[in-house]
Design a protein around this ligand. Structure first.
Ligand code: C2E
Ligand code: CA
Ligand code: CA
Length: 551
């Protein structure tokens, strides 16, 4: 038998016997007596043995307890030592026939150290990322399972850090450089975290962090900032300096009472959004997101309207025959406090839903009247141009439009004949009688009435005859790409002949090429609007364009 350095051999038998599963032990007058392979081993006594090996000491106490109990057998597992030196045993006590009145016992010790070590190292390997030595996705998931319960979930958050454009490094500098970069990133991330936070490489260029929140969810945002700061300094790869940006997604334990695994998925979902939004995103359910987005755009919009931060842009509408500017369509423009221009296609629906369209619409009307007055003053008389103002269906339902329009005109001393009002078909369908009265009142003011987005709506053409409509605006969707689409040409032709039959004028929206303008003119369309003439312009530029068009 080879001697062992662990001190167990001195006490004799155990290790020698390991491959042989049986040792009989007797307790005789306070002394342990072992019998293996029928060879008696006498030991000096528990005290002596105990001083020599923790294993024997444990065996002594447990054996005594077992013999004092009524049990006929008992199985336990023992573990000795720390980490690398750790040894594992399976231990079985079984009562043996009494031998001359002395209690006897069969002790079976199976050394499972090497099996368990293999298993542990295999498990560790499977849970570890070989490049960085960090836990991988599986290892990370295991640790989450171990640490997070339903009761303590709110004190955790998972943060997923995804490197931006990392594949470019791989493509340009090779996989080895990419690996080197990942290792450096891992090191910096580790440095940005606190001792208790668990960092893992989830795969590719994605890292996961399990955070303990001491002060609440704000901690997670703090860590996100630290992570970003840690990656902000460029990385040095051979002779290159490489800047790496990252996107961060956060899932809070408090919001995700499901499986710990869900936390990872939700953080990954949030990081996807962070990629497009360009800011750190916290995962919330979709309903929550929509409500929040809506709410925040709504509060911002309300403030913008109250503080006079909205402007009108003016897009010329030209006579297709002469090319002269007949009028301008006033289009609302909004740049929020972060300097981001928000499209009317986004804020008009919010305004309609929240009722803000009423103050917004009133403001637009006032602003258009003010502009007409200013242009007239600048021209030194009548500038002979109209401004078209959009009226939303919601406005027509809820506001007293004729009174509102009249008040704006009077305030700036402008005639109603200078105004075009653009309505959509949806306004008419909702309450035909009321709309009919409103439209007649507007006609009394001298205004021109245009049917906007014509062709996209309800197609109940009966109203065209009944209502005092002066002009049809053919929707952009029929105009753009019309030359290459027979169906669109057919629709436009039909609309034009309908308008002619009813004695209405027509404006084609979205004209971007000369060819299109000529074709439309040849088909009998009277007016055109589109980028070919001009994009919607600020007030002063629109006025300059008007002067140039008259010259
Ligand atoms: P709309 O009344 O159909 O306005 C025309 C839209 O087409 C404008 O978009 C204009 O910029 C765009 N457009 C004009 N020419 C071209 C072109 O050649 N090519 C292309 N691709 N687009 C062109 P905008 O300004 O984004 O307005 C979108 C919609 O928002 C408007 O559609 C209108 O329904 C609504 N809107 C804008 N301002 C107001 C407002 O003050 N009140 C109300 N109620 N609605 C408004
Ligand atoms: Ca319009
Ligand atoms: Ca339109």
């Amino acid at each position: 038998m080879p001697a062992r350095a662990d001190g167990l051999l001195e006490t004799g038998l155990m290790l020698d016997l390991l491959p042989v599963p049986a040792v009989t032990v007797a307790l005789e007058g306070g002394k342990l007596q072992f019998n293996a392979l029928n060879r008696p081993f006498r030991m000096a006594g528990l005290g002596t043995v105990a001083g020599e090996s923790p294993l024997i000491r444990l065996l002594g106490t447990q054996l005594r307890r077992f013999l004092e109990s009524d049990e006929t057998w008992r199985e336990t597992a023992w573990q000795f030592g720390e980490e690398v030196d750790c040894r594992y045993f399976r231990v079985l006590f079984a009562r043996h026939d009494a031998h001359r009145g002395t209690p006897r016992c069969l002790v079976t010790l199976v050394d499972q150290t090497s099996e368990l070590r293999t298993e542990h190292s295999l498990r560790r390997e499977m849970a570890t990322d070989s490049l960085t030595g960090l836990p991988n996705r599986a290892g990370f998931s295991d640790q989450l399972e171990e640490l997070i319960t339903i009761d303590n979930a709110e004190s955790f958050a998972v943060l997923v850090v995804n490197l931006d454009r990392f594949s470019r490094v791989n493509a340009c500098m090779g996989g080895l450089a990419g690996d080197e970069l990942l290792i450096s990133v891992a090191r910096r991330l580790k440095g940005a975290l606190r001792g208790r936070d668990i960092l893992s490489r989830m795969g590719g260029d994605e890292f996961g962090v399990l955070l303990t929140l001491d002060e609440g969810p704000g901690d997670a945002l703090h860590v996100a900032k630290r992570v970003q700061a840690a990656l902000a300094t460029p990385f040095r790869l051979s002779s290159f300096e490489i800047r790496i940006d990252c996107s961060i997604g956060i899932a809070l334990g408090a919001d995700n009472k499901g499986e710990p695994e869900d936390l990872i998925r939700h953080a990954q979902f949030a990081v996807k959004r962070a990629k497009t939004s360009g800011r750190t995103e916290v995962y919330h359910t979709r309903a929550f997101d929509i409500a929040r987005e809506q709410f925040s755009i709504e509060t911002e919009l309300r403030r913008a309207i109250e503080n006079g931060q909205m402007t009108l842009a003016y897009q010329p509408i030209c006579d297709l025959g002469s090319g002269k500017i007949i009028s301008f369509e006033a289009l609302a423009r909004w740049t929020n406090e972060n300097g981001v221009a928000i499209s009317p296609d986004e804020f008009i629906p919010v305004a309609e839903e929240s009722g803000l369209i009423i103050p917004l619409g009133r403001w637009a009307m006032e602003e258009a009247a003010r502009t007409l007055a200013a242009w007239d003053a600048a021209t030194g008389g009548d500038s002979e141009v109209k401004i078209a103002v959009n009226l939303s269906a919601i406005q027509l339902q809820r506001d007293r439009i004729p009174e509102m329009v009249q008040a704006a005109l009077e305030r700036y001393g402008v005639s109603g004949t200078r105004l075009t009002l653009e309505l959509t078909e949806s306004a008419i369908v909702s309450d035909p009688d009321r709309i009919s009265r409103t439209m007649l009142a507007l006609k009394d003011l001298g205004a021109t009435l245009a049917m906007d987005d014509f062709g996209t709506g309800y197609s109940n053409l009966a109203y065209l005859q009944k209502l005092p409509i002066d002009l049809l605006k053919i929707d952009r969707s029929f105009i753009s790409g019309m030359l290459a689409d027979r169906d669109k040409i057919a629709i436009v032709r039909a609309i034009l002949s309908l308008a002619q039959a009813l004695g209405m004028q027509t404006t084609a929206e979205g004209i971007e090429t000369n060819e299109l303008a000529q074709t439309l003119a040849a088909l009998g369309c009277t007016h055109g609007q589109g980028y070919l003439y001009a994009r919607p312009l600020p007030e002063a530029e629109a006025y300059s364009l008007l002067l140039a068009s008259k010259a």
